[in-house]
Design a protein around this ligand. Structure first.
Ligand code: FAD
Length: 407
């Protein structure tokens, strides 16, 4: 059996649905179908943000917003001017979904439930006349003279436009969809993970967190934000940010690297050294009971032990060596990572279809009518709503271009 469509969307995830709905809103008579390989749609939307769906981030300036994309930041800077955070908030508002902002800038549906987004997408798509076929895994795509052809055991789908919206899958699953090969597809690698550290003194502090720390892989850049000690090592926004920006490097070294932690969040080292010297000159206070910086007591004691300082010592008995060691431990405590774990809240893949292969409408330049959106392209963001924003932005812009092709 052969079916003809104006647009076939491969993948029933966030970007696929957003694209389909926007095409159908632009062109109510368009014939649009989503082919989804599983028997469920929007699985990641449903589990996202701990079941709350962190839809976007409250940052209206494209330049600032784009700084949160380790890969694709130049493209995002340009595209967010067309469909950015403001347009996203308005889009959801106009669809009856109010978004609210948390103190750290993350935006969620007011219901605090990802079901609100998933159910709305499914209902709206159906209401607009979209069709969905479950359990259709598209394994390859051929180009006929005036249409794309997708052949499955039961149905042959012909389409004027095709959208690849398959998320972060391995490179060898993407390549057969982009004919003729070879186009540049980067290896897909994990991003947004926490680090395993084999240090029982550290992991015995599981649950301790600091609101403002810094972390870096030795020889690379510092990343700041909250740090959380877990039973396997280190996590929290600063670690996740580092894992995203250094994702390719960490993969290269098989996630075995030297890390430095700054527990102070970047204090002025000289000021603190002066303060410490001053205390060492005259204070009779016990070092254990008088913390130099505002961190949990258990962490302070851990830092003292790492600095080989007797907890019973008084400040005025601190030697110069003690003081130097303490400053080093506070500002640059070294750890060795022995692997990565998957952060339970959010993970994405980096890599995918190279941005060099796409035009400004997310159409593959060498193959007119074939589009790629969402996580399958080489754009990924840090945690906080940035990855969904890439899905909305790319899907909206592609939908506009596809709609213009439909009579
Ligand atoms: C646990 C978790 C929590 C997250 N939380 C957040 C968050 O709160 N905020 C945020 O911004 N980001 C979050 N993310 C990231 C975000 O979910 C993704 O970046 C986003 O879903 C990508 O959308 P997509 O449409 O590109 O891909 P996906 O949502 O992955 O959808 C791809 C769809 O394509 C289907 N598919 C794949 N291959 C084929 C094929 N060959 N044929 C047919 N169908 C196919 C898949 O089954 C899937 O349904 C989270 C991710 C995870 C894993």
């Amino acid at each position: 059996m052969t079916e003809s469509w104006d647009c076939v969307i491969i993948g029933g995830g966030a970007s696929g649905f957003f694209c389909a709905i926007n095409i159908l809103r632009n062109k109510p008579d368009a014939k649009v179908i989503i082919l989804e390989k599983t028997n469920k749609t929007l699985s990641k939307v449903r589990v996202s943000g701990g079941g709350r769906c962190n839809v976007t981030h409250d940052c209206l300036d494209p330049k600032t917003m784009s700084g949160n994309y380790p890969r694709g930041s130049q493209l995002m800077k340009k595209q967010l001017k067309q469909f950015g955070v403001k347009q996203t908030i308005d889009w959801f508002n106009n669809s009856g979904i109010e978004l609210v902002t948390e103190s750290d800038g993350r935006m969620f549906p007011i219901t605090n439930s990802s079901e609100t987004i998933a159910v709305f997408f499914e209902d709206e798509f159906r209401r607009l006349g979209g069709v969905l076929h479950f359990k259709v895994e598209v394994k390859d795509l051929k180009q006929k003279s005036d249409a794309f052809q997708i052949t499955t055991s039961k149905i042959e789908y012909l389409a004027k436009s095709v959208v690849i919206a398959i998320g972060g899958v391995p490179k060898d699953k993407i390549a057969p969809l982009i004919q003729p090969n070879p186009l540049k597809i980067k290896d897909t690698l994990p991003s947004l993970f926490s680090m395993k550290i084999n240090d029982t003194a550290l992991t015995s502090l599981s649950g301790v967190s600091i609101p403002a720390g810094r972390v870096k892989v030795t020889g690379r850049y510092w990343y700041d934000g909250p740090i959380l000690i877990t039973h396997w090592g280190l996590s929290g926004p600063a670690i996740l940010k580092m894992s995203a920006f250094d994702a390719e490097y960490l993969h290269q070294v098989q996630y075995q690297s030297d890390l430095l932690i700054d527990w102070t969040g970047g204090i002025n080292e000289n000021d603190y050294l002066l303060q410490l010297n001053d205390l060492a000159n005259k204070s009779l206070k016990s070092i254990q009971n008088e913390k130099l910086i505002d961190i949990p007591q258990r962490l302070w004691e851990f830092i003292l032990v790492k600095s080989e300082i007797d907890l019973k010592l008084k400040y005025n008995n601190l030697s110069k060596l003690n003081r130097n060691k303490l400053m080093e431990s506070l500002l640059r405590m070294p750890f060795k990572t022995i692997g990565k774990t998957t952060f339970k809240e959010e993970f994405v893949t980096c890599g995918g279809i190279s941005l060099k292969e796409l035009n400004a409408n997310y159409e593959i330049t060498a193959i007119s009518g074939l589009y790629a959106i969402g996580e399958v392209i080489d754009v990924d963001g840090v945690t906080g709503g940035y990855n969904f924003q890439n899905a909305w932005t790319s899907a909206f812009i592609a939908a506009k271009s596809i709609s213009e092709r439909i009579n």
